[in-house]
Design a protein around this ligand. Structure first.
Ligand code: NAD
Length: 260
């Protein structure tokens, strides 16, 4: 379905971003990977994806907390793979502390990556999408884009902001073939969440299975993690003609989290 399209997926060396990159590659899209990690492992991932799905796969390790790097990443994708048809703003980090203890540098880091990077990437990718009158912009928000939790002030503010950005971009492109939507996952078992499970296990002196059950029990009625593959399937749907008139929508995939 996506043969000939080029997808830039930020934060795709791991977790949800990798799940979306794999799902798009399986539909024939060429992929620009981005994110941090061990160079040899990333090269193995890049070459493996290209081989498995018979698509072009490139990688750039741009640090998206820096606006100039975001703009450069879009330009490098356009130069190397020819265009950006699908932009998935997914790279994100987490830090937890009460508001009065929240380190200003952590606030800055989360806002820069989880919110501002999406603005700079959209700004850079939109002209090419407009020229071709087709584009898909998918922002990885969170259940925390719709509701809050304690000790996550920067993350919740960034994800709520990202949903606002999603709506504005959707309105400004409403009469074009470009759509902009957001995916709002609940708990997905990725390194980002594993750190929170480990911290809870250490704090409460419990094993990791019990800690992960407590995490799910507090928020996610299904008591099961969402998977990167399920999120990838949703991203593929958003790239399909069936989603042409979905514009500015926050799509929950959260085991019932925000239904409560
Ligand atoms: P993850 O830690 O597995 O992946 C994060 C990715 O971002 C990695 O590829 C990492 O290298 C990359 N990254 C980190 N800092 C970067 C930077 N400065 N520049 C470029 N890339 C950078 O985490 P994940 O759980 O897959 O999270 C992906 C997105 O999903 C995030 O936006 C996160 O907020 C969101 N999310 C996660 C969950 C969850 O339960 N895991 C739930 C809702 C939303």
């Amino acid at each position: 379905m996506l043969k000939g399209k080029v997808a830039l997926v930020t934060g795709s060396t791991s977790g949800i971003g990798l799940g979306m990159a794999r799902a798009l590659a399986a539909q024939g899209a060429d992929i620009m990977l981005n994110g941090f990690g061990d160079a040899a492992a990333i090269e193995a991932l890049r070459a493996g994806l290209a081989r498995e799905f018979g698509v072009r796969v490139a990688y750039d390790g741009a640090d998206l907390s820096k606006p100039a790097e975001v703009t450069r990443l879009v330009a490098v994708t356009e130069q190397g793979l020819g265009r950006v048809d699908i932009l998935i703003n997914n790279a994100g980090i987490q830090f937890t502390a009460k508001v009065e203890d929240f380190p200003p540098e952590k606030w800055e880091a989360i806002i820069n990556l989880n919110l501002s990077a999406a603005f700079y990437a959209i700004k850079a990718a939109l002209p090419g999408m407009r020229a071709r009158n087709w584009g898909r912009i998918i922002n990885t928000a969170s259940a925390h884009g719709l509701v809050a939790s304690e000790e996550k002030v920067a993350y919740v503010a960034a994800k709520h902001g990202l949903l606002g950005m999603t709506k504005v971009v959707a309105l400004e492109t409403a009469q074009t073939g470009i759509t902009c939507n957001a995916i709002c996952p609940g708990w997905v078992l990725t390194p980002l969440v594993q750190k929170q499970i480990d911290a809870l296990a250490a704090k409460d002196g419990i094993d990791k299975k019990e800690a992960s059950n407590r995490l799910l029990g507090a928020k996610q009625p299904s008591m099961e993690f969402v998977t990167p593959e399920q999120i990838g399937a949703l991203a593929v749907f958003l790239c399909s003609p069936g989603a042409d008139q979905m514009r500015g929508v926050p799509l929950s995939i959260d085991g019932g989290w925000v239904a409560q």
